[in-house]
Design a protein around this ligand. Structure first.
Ligand code: ADP
Length: 580
């Protein structure tokens, strides 16, 4: 017994064969993508950290540089303000007021000028001051607290009159840090000049002077630490290595300086560097201490481009996805090929089973009827000649039926095994029709059957295997006989049309619906199996007919109506005429 493979199981197995590897693949891909993202993030973070370490080094180099500058004489612009000490730690800059032996001549001059001024003698006061300016003798004269007398007099004159020479002289004195003018006097004079002559007066050092003064007012013991530490609110301090210079920075200036010092030319474009003040919180990608000399300060990176990690991982991920998709495509294709193969195997197995069942059944029917006839003949004593002849004719008819069946089986088997060959030669189309008609004529001459043959004159020749073409027509004639009622009218015609030879087998039988006409050429298809069995057939005839015609570049079509009969029309290309 042959067991048929269960299609449900096959489908399930195929689904599993596709689904299991696909699910595994998707899982692996997912893991790989996640790992890739992590790995990329790790690599980038490492690169960023290295950048921060470089920035740290640069900050330290900056600190060393300002230390050197502070200890040598390149102090201009080094900080927002500086305070200098002597070896004993006494503040030497900004210059404090100091007790001094006053210059009596200078004091006398100052007193005289004040008196004149009080008396309202403007002209005389100014002349006196201008005159004394001319005499260099008083240039460095100071009063008892170290304050320079000449600049004070110059201011007095400028309060009385606008004399460019005086203004120029006073500004020069105020900007000259080689003179001994105490810082409080210098700042006072600067402020007054700005008040009196705002357009002509600006002093770049005033802010620094103010800051230093403010610092010294609040910090009686200045820091000497070579580290960046907080001092006044919003002000930071750092002393030079030898402790002789203390630099003061406003927070904004300091941050700008540090940023400039630490900034890296090759910093990745997705991030930006931030200098973080001690205690300042922020959302940073990465932060490291700015260094030992910058306690509490941090160097940090902020993310400018949020998708940088994703973008970096995407390329690798895309290749993973490609490989995954390709693999899945291969799996699906292989599964489809496998499914096709299995389906073919199933179909072959089914065909074999059908064939076996059909053959045995179809062979049994004529054989048993022949056996019945022969038995009846053998038992009838004496043998009546008329009856014997009648029985023998029936046996002959069964024999023909059997032969046709076997012929069809053999042809089908050869077709299936690709073993069929056609001996194609030029044959007159009329001869083919004639041979087919001759084969059935005797059978079709029975009672209740009218058979006619109509052949057009001068039919062309066809390139064909004559036996195969006779088989075609015999199958059609046989069907016409089988599927017609008791009053059969069968016509075999042959004609020519548009370079083709047209054979037609027309009957007045049961006919076919349009749906059935489309199916009857399939192997083993029978519209009504019961009817076909009584007539002896197994649904192979028309499939053989179509195979033969296709091999001969011909075609077959059906015109039929249920209950009104059918016409099977065969077209074959006529053989080309050979010109003599
Ligand atoms: P079978 O051996 O069953 O006749 P065929 O392949 O020759 O097999 O025909 C297939 C089916 O087509 C038949 O079973 C029958 O139902 C239908 N058929 C064929 N010829 C005719 C016809 N002339 N009239 C009506 N039905 C037909």
């Amino acid at each position: 017994m042959t067991s048929r493979p269960n299609p449900g199981w096959l489908v399930l197995m195929l689904l599993l064969a596709v689904l299991v590897p696909s699910v595994c693949l998707i899982w692996f891909m997912n893991q790989a993508v996640r790992n890739e993202k992590l790995a990329v993030r790790q690599v980038l973070m490492e690169v960023y950290r290295e950048n921060l370490v470089l920035a740290q080094g640069r900050l330290e180099a900056w600190r060393a540089q300002i230390m050197r500058d502070a200890e040598t004489n390149h102090r201009a612009g080094i900080a927002d303000s500086v305070i200098c000490f002597d070896a004993a730690g006494k503040v030497v800059y900004p210059v404090p007021e100091y007790a001094n032996n006053a210059d009596p001549a200078a004091l006398a001059l100052q007193a005289k000028a004040r008196d004149l001024n009080k008396a309202g003698k403007k002209r005389e006061t100014v002349d006196l001051i201008l005159d004394s300016m001319a005499r260099d003798r008083l240039a460095g004269a100071v009063d008892g607290r170290g304050r320079m007398i000449m600049p004070s007099l110059e201011l007095m004159a400028l309060e009385l009159t606008n004399a460019p020479a005086l203004l120029n002289a006073l500004q020069t004195d105020l900007n000259d840090y080689d003179n001994a003018m105490p810082a409080p006097q210098r700042r006072f004079l600067m402020r007054r000049l700005i008040e009196l002559y705002p357009k002509q007066s600006s002093f770049s050092t005033l802010a620094a002077e103010d800051l230093a003064a403010r610092y010294l007012d609040t910090e009686p013991k200045p820091s000497r630490e070579p580290k960046l530490t907080p001092s006044l609110p919003g002000v930071w301090q750092i002393a030079s290595g030898n402790g002789r210079v203390l630099m003061l920075f406003q927070t904004e200036t300091l941050q700008a300086r540090l940023r400039e010092a630490a900034s890296l030319r090759a910093l990745p474009s997705a991030v930006s560097l931030a200098i973080v003040i001690p205690g300042q919180a922020g959302n940073y990608l990465l932060a490291i201490p700015a260094g030992e000399s910058f306690p509490g300060w941090q160097l940090a990176l902020t993310l400018k481009d949020r998708d940088v990690f994703k973008a970096a991982a995407n390329e690798q991920i895309a290749s993973y996805v490609w490989v995954g998709v390709m693999t899945m495509a291969v799996v699906v294709i292989l599964a489809l090929l496998g499914a096709g193969l299995i389906r073919r195997q199933v179909a072959v197995a089914q065909l074999r089973n059908d064939l076996l069942a059909n053959v045995t059944h179809e062979l049994k029917t004529p054989l048993s009827s022949m056996r019945l006839l022969v038995d009846t003949l053998l038992q009838s004593r004496p043998l009546h000649e008329e009856t014997a002849r009648q029985y023998l004719q029936l046996i002959a008819a069964e024999n023909i039926r059997l032969s046709r069946l076997i012929d069809n089986f053999l042809t089908f088997s050869r077709i299936e095994r690709n073993k069929i060959t056609f001996d194609v030669v030029k044959v007159p189309a009329g001869a083919i029709a004639e041979r087919a008609a001759a084969a059935v004529r005797e059978r079709f001459a029975a009672d209740g059957c009218q058979f006619a043959m109509q052949t057009a004159p001068g039919l062309p020749q066809v390139l064909a295997d004559a036996d195969a073409m006779v088989t075609v027509l015999l199958n059609l004639l046989d069907n016409a006989w089988k599927y017609s009622g008791d009053e059969k009218q069968i016509i075999l015609s042959a004609g020519a049309e548009n370079g083709n030879v047209v054979f037609a087998v027309k009957d007045n039988g049961i006919g076919l619906s349009p749906r059935e006409t489309k199916r009857i050429f399939k192997r083993f298809y029978q519209v009504d199996q019961r009817l076909a069995r009584t007539g002896g057939g197994c649904g192979l005839g028309l499939s053989i007919v179509q195979f033969i015609l296709t091999a001969h570049h011909g075609a077959i079509r059906v015109e039929s109506e249920p209950g009104r009969g059918s016409t099977f029309i065969v077209t074959l290309p006529a053989a080309p005429e050979v010109s003599p």
